[in-house]
Ligand binder design. Structure first.
Ligand code: ZN
Length: 145
């Protein structure tokens, strides 16, 4: 069932992330520090190497893969919500190589920043807590109408 909730803007943040930092880790750390419990994320820049995930819908397990080379971040989009009482960042990323070939997936720890410009929009609204979803096996938002 499709369920949507109304939220209100609660502030915008813009900045650059630390050279050689872990991309997912730096964003998550900032959200915890600023107590951003609901929001959306957008970023661009480049990475030194990447670790991405793909959720296998048949086995219901994430398969992770590594690229040990630089890429441009052409798009990073994500959300901030709550899991186990703490802000959790869920982000997907598209990366381009020197020939314009793109790869993408679920952003995992182990993706190392070369340069990154990040925007986060925080929201006031219902707290979205992640819990086990029977249909998919994923930790999706537990929402009621
Ligand atoms: Zn994902």
């Amino acid at each position: 069932m499709t369920i949507m909730k109304r939220v209100k803007p609660a502030g915008l943040f813009i900045g650059k992330l630390k050279y050689e930092g872990d991309l997912l880790g730096e964003i998550t750390e900032f959200c915890i520090k600023e107590n951003i419990r609901l929001g959306r994320i957008e970023a661009l820049g480049s990475v030194q190497k990447a670790r991405l995930g793909f959720y296998n819908q048949e086995t219901r397990e994430y398969h992770f893969f590594n690229f040990n080379r630089p890429f441009e971040i052409t798009t990073l989009v994500g959300s901030v919500s709550m899991k186990d009482g703490s802000p959790m960042v869920h982000a997907h990323i598209t990366l381009a190589d020197g020939k314009g070939n793109c790869f993408g997936g679920h952003l995992a720890a182990g993706t190392i920043i070369y340069a990154c410009e990040l925007t986060i929009e925080a929201f006031d609204g219902p707290e979205l807590e992640r819990g086990h979803d029977e249909d998919t096996g994923l930790p999706l938002w537990e929402m009621e109408e």
